[in-house]
Design a protein around this ligand. Structure first.
Ligand SMILES: *Cc1c(COP(=O)(O)O)cnc(C)c1O
Length: 299
């Protein structure tokens, strides 16, 4: 069962200790939900939780979802399906390569049936679904109100949640952000760091899945480092420094960019001095396996 492979009791809060925090009299706490599983991103379980419940209650035998070759959501869904005894289909963007990415290889080993489609077909999910009757579908990245409901539970693991002035997280589909917004207090500013380049429609996409459409939040667009999965040397150097100084592992897609953004916003006083900031580490380190071995001193 799921609860046997997940370690919720190991979630903890780590207070980050750095000169740029001391200099600005700011505290940064990191909620380590990455600790629930070594491979599967923490937030993916939270986002999947109520979809899986719904699938089971509808007596679905098979769940299906969508993703790319390095998708944390694909591997999480494959694990979850295996653990609760459902069959699963992963609709994968692009042709089947001669050599599968480690993510897809692992997903296949976990029993996920991989169905490769062209980019064009991928962008038209509604046309693919009828080919697989009876499947309970979960949208890419778990995006949707059901995913938000699960993601809102992430903050129940924070101690003294009300004491934070800012809550910051990385934004892919924005489902986790919507969950954090939902669970936050009115006096807190919730900031999402967009990891996709110029993805300005994300604000509307987040609002569309919020139970309270008027809840304020902010998205910053300056920290994508060239786009999703782009990892210039500047970002890799930042990740190496954070590892050397703090023994803190980050992934190239999300957590590194969020942490970089937090440092930059604190240093530039966009997050004012004296603030108490909470961020979430969701893991996703398996994505670093797409790098050449040795590029990073960890993983
Ligand atoms: C998926 C993921 C995110 C982003 O979550 P969204 O809900 O899609 O915005 C952030 N960090 C990690 C490690 C992830 O795997």
């Amino acid at each position: 069962m799921l609860k046997d492979i997940l370690h919720f009791s190991s979630i903890n809060t780590q207070t980050f200790d750095a000169d740029w925090l001391k200099a600005n009299n700011t505290r940064l706490d990191i909620l380590r939900i990455d600790k629930i599983h070594p491979v599967v991103s923490g937030n993916k379980w939270f986002k999947l939780k109520y979809y899986l419940e719904e699938a089971v209650s509808q007596n679905a035998q098979t769940i299906g979802t969508f993703g790319g070759a390095y998708s944390n959501h694909i591997i999480a869904t494959a694990y979850a399906a295996q653990a609760i005894g459902l069959r699963c289909i992963g609709v994968i963007r692009g042709e089947r390569p001669k050599q599968l990415s480690h993510t897809l290889r692992d997903a296949e080993e976990l029993g996920m049936h991989l169905h490769f489609v062209s980019r064009e077909e991928y962008n038209n999910a509604e046309k693919i679904k009828p080919d697989f009757p009876g499947v309970y579908w979960i949208s890419e990245g778990g995006y949707g109100p059901v995913g938000v409901k699960g993601a809102a539970e992430i903050l129940s693991f924070a101690n003294d949640l009300a004491s934070y002035t800012h809550i910051v997280c990385a934004v892919g589909t924005g489902t986790m952000l919507a969950g954090l917004i939902t669970a936050s207090f009115p006096h807190q500013q919730v900031i999402g760091v967009s990891v996709l380049k110029n993805n300005f429609s994300i604000e509307d996409e987040v609002r569309a899945i919020l139970p309270d459409k008027h809840h304020p939040f902010k998205i910053v667009y300056d920290y994508h480092f060239g786009g999703y999965a782009k990892h210039p040397e500047e970002l890799l150097n930042f990740m190496r420094d954070i590892w050397t100084e703090h023994r803190f592992p980050t992934d190239i897609v999300y957590t590194s960019k969020a942490l970089y953004a937090i440092k930059d916003m604190i240093t530039k006083h966009i997050i004012p001095q004296g603030s108490k900031v909470l961020t979430v580490h969701c893991g996703g380190l398996q994505g670093n396996l797409s790098l050449r071995p040795g590029v990073l001193p960890f993983l």
